[in-house]
Design a protein around this ligand. Structure first.
Ligand code: PBG
Ligand code: ZN
Length: 323
């Protein structure tokens, strides 16, 4: 078969294109920090900023203006304790940020990352038992409480990233019992214990003070296990499934998307972003490498992409720079 008959004609090429990227596929991560009048570039994530709540207006307006449909919020706090109480405080950083964003616009879906590592003094994603191991079932009760607190503050979608077993079912029950039956759960179902989260942990101040996260996040040698995780979360009624990281885990995403008929999201994580930006800065690539990466994630089966590139991609799409 001659393949080049179609390839030689740019219009036919476009007509037969199998994968597209639209601004509505993008979710932008936002780091909200304590304090006032802060808009400060994050050293580990060039081009991404820490915002204090009073400085969110401008950023939110720009995001809406660009047509980006959703943000995912992360909180950076000063006060931390063993129970991560800042995560479910009525006036916690995420709770205040949700209320603030909702007061600025109705045209943005606010997703809240649900984890404890940004709020615990030990930096682990849950409550520790007497052996300093994260106690799954005790943590579930906290996650349920945080989910209800976030939904009460106006979060549109709850995104648990802790990797405790049965958290989707526990959070679903808590949301339903508190009148939030219409709030979906976006589960980080297949989340691997990855070095690619390094720049995020610097940005969020969420590195574990001892040990690592291998006791709850997935072992990156395993693909079949990821399918079991996803199956389990779908059984527990997760509305969206996240595979994370993105680029190095496209095989997992592709297998999952073939197997399950649901809404897949990939998280193009901080380390991938930092690596790509460094390569662009060094002149190894121009910025269209970002488009190629986004298409790869869509082609593998993602319907949406959480990415620190979202604003630049949205601008480039608008200006037809990726055509
Ligand atoms: C919290 C959380 C992490 C990320 C998202 N939510 C860090 C971690 O698990 O250590 C990573 C995001 C990124 O690297 O961009 N558990
Ligand atoms: Zn965590």
């Amino acid at each position: 078969m001659r393949m080049r008959r179609i390839r030689n004609n740019p219009i036919l090429r476009k007509m037969t294109s199998e994968t597209s990227l639209d601004v509505s596929d993008l979710i932008y991560p936002l780091f909200v920090i304590e304090g006032e009048n802060i808009k400060k570039e994050i050293p580990s994530l060039p081009g991404v900023y820490h915002f204090s709540i009073d400085r969110l207006d401008e950023e939110i307006e720009e995001i809406v203006e660009l047509g980006i449909p959703a943000v995912i919020l992360f909180g950076v706090v000063d006060h931390k304790d063993a129970h991560g109480s800042g995560a479910y405080a009525e006036d916690g950083i995420i709770q205040r940020a949700c209320r603030k964003i909702k007061s600025i616009t109705e045209d943005l879906v606010v997703i809240t990352d649900l984890c404890m590592c940004e709020y615990t003094d030990h930096g682990h994603c849950g409550i520790l038992d007497e052996h300093h191991v994260v106690d799954n079932d005790v943590t579930l009760e906290y996650l349920a409480k945080i989910a209800v607190s976030q939904a009460s503050a106006g979060s549109d979608v709850i995104a648990p990233s802790d990797m405790m077993d049965f958290r989707v079912a526990r959070i679903r029950r808590a949301l339903d019992e508190n009148g939030f039956t219409n709030i979906p759960i976006m589960s980080y179902a297949a989340k691997f214990a990855s070095k690619y989260y390094g720049p995020f942990r610097d940005a969020a101040g969420s590195s574990p003070s001892f040990g690592d996260r291998k006791g709850y996040q997935m072992d990156f040698h395993n693909g079949n296990e990821a399918l079991r995780e996803i199956e389990q979360d779908l059984k527990e009624d997760a509305d969206f499934i996240i595979v994370k990281p993105g680029l190095a885990y496209l095989d997992v995403l592709a297998r999952a998307a073939e197997r399950f008929n649901t809404n897949f999201i990939t998280y193009n994580v901080s380390g991938e972003y930092a690596m790509t930006m460094k390569a662009i800065e060094c002149g190894i690539f121009d910025e269209s490498i970002v488009y190629e990466n986004m298409i790869a994630m869509k082609r593998a089966g993602a319907s949406m992409i959480i990415t620190y590139h979202a604003k630049t991609v949205a601008k480039a799409l608008k200006e037809h720079r990726f055509d």
